[in-house]
Design a protein around this ligand. Structure first.
Ligand code: CP
Length: 336
């Protein structure tokens, strides 16, 4: 069974710390090793991407490897995931063959596959990335699945370390209004990694936008073990008071999975208040502003915040490259 990189919960804090240290060595230009020399890595994108796609292609190439980018349903065949499926509809190839063949060509497979936001009960189990992991004899790297985006979360942890130094920080994950319901992968992974790294976490969202119950339980247990705490509030201002990191992100309500129109009605009253603006940032006394990008300006955060020195979103995006090189070197080079 290969070691996959599906979510940070499968990795210890010490391992995550080593990934961040390795990423800084790549960023400073101290590590020029090429553990992927002569090897190919498949990057399978079911959904659009700027940062993940560009940074993973570059990471593989800078480590001496060759990225093979595939887009099922467009530049490669449509894929069936269900075990025992009778494939007489629109799906051309089963994940068993797709992964089996790719593993003969490639040392690892990165996968981006968003949820369709149709069935919370099904999609909260992350069925597609898990189907890849079950079938694969080579490591699977999660490039954002229904429930997790661990490469983003590790770039976020690296950025907090880079900007604020080592040690526990007061970190706030703040829900923002958005014109459509979005997946929960980023907030889930950010919250999980932040608590694993020992940070004190406040999660602010309107009622009805709770994260997954199992994840929230895990956060509480991890926080207890790390001697820190997780605070959940429905008051956006509370998230800003005394925080050192403001991490804005929108996500959809699991109460209205499959009903985007009803979900939009539910969130309509939050548009004016649930935005990161200069006034709220002033409550922090100097916090950095983070967002995974892409961000809708003057909807999730104002121009004033994004153009201010507090915003570290471009550094955060750059750090995707360095942390992914560290993850690849760990999975394929044995480092750490
Ligand atoms: N943050 C992030 O994953 O960006 P992309 O969707 O552009 O890859």
């Amino acid at each position: 069974m290969p070691r996959h990189f599906l979510h940070t919960g499968d990795w210890t804090r010490a391992e995550l710390e080593r990934l961040i240290e390795a990423a800084f060595r790549f960023k400073r230009g101290e590590d020029l090793s090429q553990p992927l020399l002569g090897r190919a890595i498949a990057l399978v994108f079911f959904n659009p991407s700027l940062r993940t796609r560009a940074s993973m292609q570059l990471a593989v190439q800078q480590l001496g490897g060759y990225p093979i980018v595939l887009e099922p349903g467009s530049s490669s065949w449509t894929i069936e995931f269900r075990d025992g499926a009778v494939m007489d509809a629109d799906k051309t190839e089963h994940v068993a063959e797709f992964v089996g063949v790719l593993a003969r060509y490639c040392s690892g497979i990165g996968v981006r596959v968003f949820p369709q936001l149709r069935s919370w009960r099904e999609e909260r189990t992350d069925p597609i990335i898990n189907a890849f992991a079950r079938q694969s004899k080579v490591p699977i790297i999660n490039l954002e699945s229904a429930m997790h985006h661990p490469c983003q979360a590790m770039a976020d942890m690296m950025t907090i370390r880079e900007k604020l130094g080592a040690g526990r920080k007061r970190v706030a994950l703040v829900w923002a209004w958005h014109p459509k319901p979005l997946p929960m992968a980023v907030p889930n992974s950010f919250a999980l990694a932040a608590v694993q790294m020992g940070h004190e976490l406040t999660i602010a969202h309107p009622p009805g936008y709770e994260l997954d119950d199992d994840l929230v339980r895990d956060l509480a247990m991890l926080a207890h073990d790390a001697g820190t705490r997780v605070n959940v509030t429905h008051e956006i201002e509370e998230a800003f008071d005394g925080s050192e990191v403001i991490y804005a992100k929108s996500w959809g309500s699991r109460l209205f999975y499959g009903s985007p129109e009803e979900e939009l009605e539910m969130r309509a009253p939050y548009r004016q208040r649930w935005i990161v603006d200069e006034e709220k940032m002033r409550r922090t006394g100097g916090a950095i502003f983070m967002h995974c990008l892409p961000i809708r300006r003057n909807v999730e955060a104002t121009d004033g915040v994004l153009n201010s020195p507090a915003s570290v979103v471009i550094d955060e995006a750059e750090n995707r490259l360095h942390i992914q090189k560290a993850i690849l070197a760990r999975l394929f080079g044995g480092a750490g």
